[in-house]
Design a protein around this ligand. Structure first.
Ligand code: FAD
Ligand code: SF4
Length: 481
């Protein structure tokens, strides 16, 4: 928990003076220029601006922002150190509470978590906590912020299934406590969605690779191209391979399709396949050997972060028109506000209140159009959002040569089907108790495989909590000879 009281208060300004400082904007690449490249859009706050932004924090005695953070970062403590110009001290606080701050500082929905609870929202805008987190993490990357020395080995061995944010966080937390950790990853490189899903222009892959390297420096072993459920089962890990505990963090990467006519036509992708080809397999590079259709007119179906990434990626691959089709309105979109704003700036064509009915083919079986229908908003549904109702006689076609479906993902049954004693819920996600332990003793789970498709920081929170529980589990058990 927070212990920011022990950090000296370098405050120079009175609260009234702090209130007069406006929220500092994030510098970004010019919208027209950036659509032609995969370079990162946001440029990060310069140090002086970060210090100014940090001065806006009122250092609340009861900091509500911390309660909104799934990994409980001591926000006032690191922000105070930035305000004082001691970025190394800010980094020490940040890395203590958050294993992957350069990542969460870029992709977290702060506006729905820490920032929306910031007291400054009551009279204006919140402290830009996410921008400051990113600033400190980037400073630390550029200044070789020291990795803490690994403690004495405890003799306990933990296996982690999946190298996404949940698995990476758990690995770091366990290694810091002296346990031997091996991550088994199905793909040829560690990072999970951070690597194969979120595009380079939002999260440069170099940052993910550096974070993975930091874990390796801490002693974590990463074994890629290993599919748990095929190469080894969970039971084999715990018996033949000698692991005392397993943390399952294999995400929810199985794409869901709408089930409309035409989904098997040439030119239809799931967002996962499209983004994996472009990001992990680097199809965006001119000399890449990975095939991907470079759309002339792309349509992406969905309204979340995945849809926004897919449509902005299609635009960057050279599409003359990239359209987003979403059946509700802008305010109902689950995507982060910043991503929607950036997409609008980049000229993405938003067809809101529009429902896809069928994908239409040309005479050779290639996609030629998406048949749609206009919608209007009716009563709120179970999710609290107003549900879309079709407008009679409003059907129309959107010309396109590529359709990308980004309407969600679910758990892949490959692992769970080979571990019959794991209790699942009716959606196929693994059930866990308050510690993240599954129905199988010594086997823990977290991230999207438990929650369904959620967020990076929730996955990290699960990894952190499960690592603490595994540590307690180890403490009560003898080390195997
Ligand atoms: P994952 O990141 O999915 O990692 C699971 C890993 O397990 C993968 O590497 C996978 O290859 C591996 N694996 C799977 N099965 C096996 C097996 N049998 N054996 C071994 N390894 C296996 N969240 C945000 O907070 N902000 C965003 O801006 C955001 N944007 C997103 C954009 C896209 C395109 C996508 C797809 C998701 C986005 N999300 C975002 C959601 C977020 O990325 C996920 O919630 C998060 O990555 C879940 O983490 P995880 O560790 O549970 O799983
Ligand atoms: Fe600072 Fe806002 Fe947190 Fe208060 S709630 S400590 S003002 S960031």
């Amino acid at each position: 928990m927070c212990d920011h009281a022990d950090i000296p208060n370098p405050r120079k300004l009175r609260p009234a003076e702090r209130m007069k400082i406006d929220r500092q904007p994030m510098p970004a690449r010019d919208a027209h220029a950036r659509v032609a490249s995969f370079d990162e859009v946001n440029l990060g706050l310069p140090e002086q601006i970060a210090m100014l932004e940090a001065q806006r924090c009122l250092e609340c005695k009861d900091p509500k922002c911390v309660t909104g953070c799934p990994v409980q970062i001591d926000i006032p403590a690191f922000v105070r150190q930035i305000a004082a110009g001691d970025i190394a001290a800010a980094a020490a606080v940040l890395f203590r509470d958050n294993a992957l701050p350069a990542i969460s500082g870029r992709v977290c929905p702060q506006e729905k978590q820490c920032e929306c609870l910031c007291i400054r929202c009551k009279k204006g805008t919140s402290v830009a906590i996410g921008y400051l987190e990113r600033f400190v993490a980037d400073w630390a990357r550029g200044h070789n912020h020291a990795v803490p020395a690994a403690p004495q080995p405890t003799g306990h061995k933990a296996a982690i299934v999946g190298a996404g944010p949940a698995g990476l966080t758990a690995a770091g937390e366990l290694a810091r406590r002296g346990h031997a950790v091996t991550i088994f990853e199905a793909l040829h490189e560690a990072g999970g969605v951070l690597l194969y899903g979120i595009p380079e222009f939002r999260l440069p892959k170099q940052i993910v690779r550096q974070e993975v390297q930091r874990l390796i420096d801490l002693g974590v072993k990463v074994e890629c191209n290993v599919i748990i459920g095929r190469t080894y089962t969970i039971d084999e890990l715990m018996t033949e391979e000698g692991f005392d505990a397993v943390f399952i963090a294999n995400g929810a990467g199985l794409p869901v399709f709408l089930g409309i006519p035409g989904e098997n036509l040439k030119g239809v992708y799931s967002a996962n396949e499209f983004l994996t080809r472009v990001n992990l397999m680097q199809a965006y590079l001119p000399d890449s050997e990975t095939p991907v259709l470079r759309p002339r007119k792309a349509v992406v179906i969905g309204g979340g972060n995945v849809a926004m990434d897919a449509v902005r990626t299609a635009a960057r691959l050279g599409a003359e028109r990239a359209t987003l089709v979403y059946r509700r309105g802008r305010t109902e979109m689950p995507a982060r506000e910043e991503e929607v704003h950036h997409a609008e700036e980049e000229g993405i064509d938003f067809q809101l209140l529009t429902n896809p009915l069928a994908i239409l083919a040309d005479e050779k079986g290639w996609v030629r159009a998406l048949k749609c229908q206009r919608m209007q908003l009716g009563q709120a549904d179970a999710s609290g959002r107003r549900s879309p109702v079709p407008v009679e006689g409003s059907e129309f076609e959107v010309d396109c040569d590529v359709v990308i479906e980004a309407i969600g993902t679910r758990a892949n049954p490959l692992l769970t089907s080979t571990t019959p004693d794991l209790k699942l819920n009716k959606r196929g996600n693994i059930e866990v108790d308050a510690d993240g332990m599954t129905s199988k003793p010594g086997v823990f789970a977290g991230g999207d495989i438990v929650r369904g498709a959620a967020t990076v920081i929730l996955a990290m929170g699960d990894g952190k909590r499960a690592a603490a529980a595994i540590h307690r589990y180890f403490s009560s058990r003898p080390v195997r000879p």
